[in-house]
Design a protein around this ligand. Sequence first.
Ligand code: FAD
Length: 393
Amino acid sequence: MKRHVLIVGAGIAGCCAAIALARAGWAVSLVEKQTAWQFQSSGIFVYSNGLAQFKALGIMDDMVATGFSIDDGRNVYLNADGSPLLETFYPGRFEGHRLVPILGIRRADMHRVLSAYLQQLDIEIALGCTVERIEHAPDSARALLSDGREVRCDLLLGADGIRSQVRKLLWPQVQPRYSGFGVWRSVHHRPPDLVDKIMMMAPGLRLGIMPISSQQLYLFGTVPEPEGAWYARDNWAALMQSRFSVFQGPAAQFLDSLNPQSEVLYTAVEEVLMPGPWHLGRVLLIGDAAHASTPFMGQGGAMAVQDAVVLGRLLGAEASVESALERFSAIRVPACRFVQDVSRQVGVSGAQTDPGEHAKILTAMRATAQQRVDDFYAQLERFSDHTTTGKTS
Ligand SMILES: Cc1cc2nc3c(=O)[nH]c(=O)nc-3n(C[C@H](O)[C@H](O)[C@H](O)COP(=O)(O)OP(=O)(O)OC[C@H]3O[C@@H](n4cnc5c(N)ncnc54)[C@H](O)[C@@H]3O)c2cc1C
């Protein structure tokens, strides 16, 4: 009989784990709290390491066809007035594959692709459903769901994001931690000539511009915000406009066009720093539930997909679920912590509001930015190797 996994949360982690485990021969049930299949708009970057994971799941080509590829991997940095600052190039190779270096994609489009594969694999999804209680038996978990069902499974995955209910039930001591930053995002029509990934820098502020489809691009701006700050949704467009008004050059046309009807999102950025192991009995946390990161390296989604790929490999290969779960944390905890640490450092340096200190940071960036990109991806590749070679440190 097939082993059964219950996955809580149909975000990137949950959908990709469903695909990976279905392909590894498991029976998969997926429950999602939202009552409709609608995922927040705005965009997301996927770099070559994330695309390598999509490739391992067999879904990369559809992602690439749906999003916008930066084929030369170029990341253009500009000063606030639009003048050139520097350029870096992201690698187009990972795990031995030649890949698109940077893909921008609308989140809703990414979920449309994921949903098509869930359907193809006949994965049962219960919308408007969550887990209310979890009990352990020696070789299974039992979940009481909000729709009244009681489900016994060989493995329960908490893929329910930064405010994970599964984590709350089993690890109530682990709480998200506020990073000190807010992120403002907006979606715009893409002029045909805007084909670069652009990062604009000002003291304490960063503003990115990234194509996400043939028709659209998105803006994302980070700024220190007080903890607990709350802004009425109706004011988001005006607030985004005023927060980033210092930016001219290519950003000006998009900031100027913001109005109450614009598609704008505000997010207070939090992290989840959870020590391993990420499982208790037959319950495992993956994705943001276990390791939400600040967004400065654009890696949270890629880490969620890689969790799914690693888990699929381990559960397909290891004789016992217990040893697969042990190995999972040994492989994934250091890799995700590395990404969180680098991302946090990048955030802190970008938060420098003193113009003199900001200028020094830019001078250092000119000298070291490409080396830092290369070192970061080389380290991710080393972590990735451990999945296949069995090394864990
Ligand atoms: C501003 C910002 C920008 C980012 N940019 C990038 C980027 O460019 N590239 C990148 O790779 N990453 C990026 N990230 C990170 C990325 O968005 C996350 O790491 C990724 O979405 C995590 O996926 P997940 O499935 O673990 O969690 P989520 O995407 O949060 O999905 C969790 C799912 O679980 C559901 N759920 C929640 N609670 C319950 C419950 N109790 N019961 C059932 N279901 C539940 C939710 O509705 C949701 O569908 C960014 C993050 C932020 C905040």
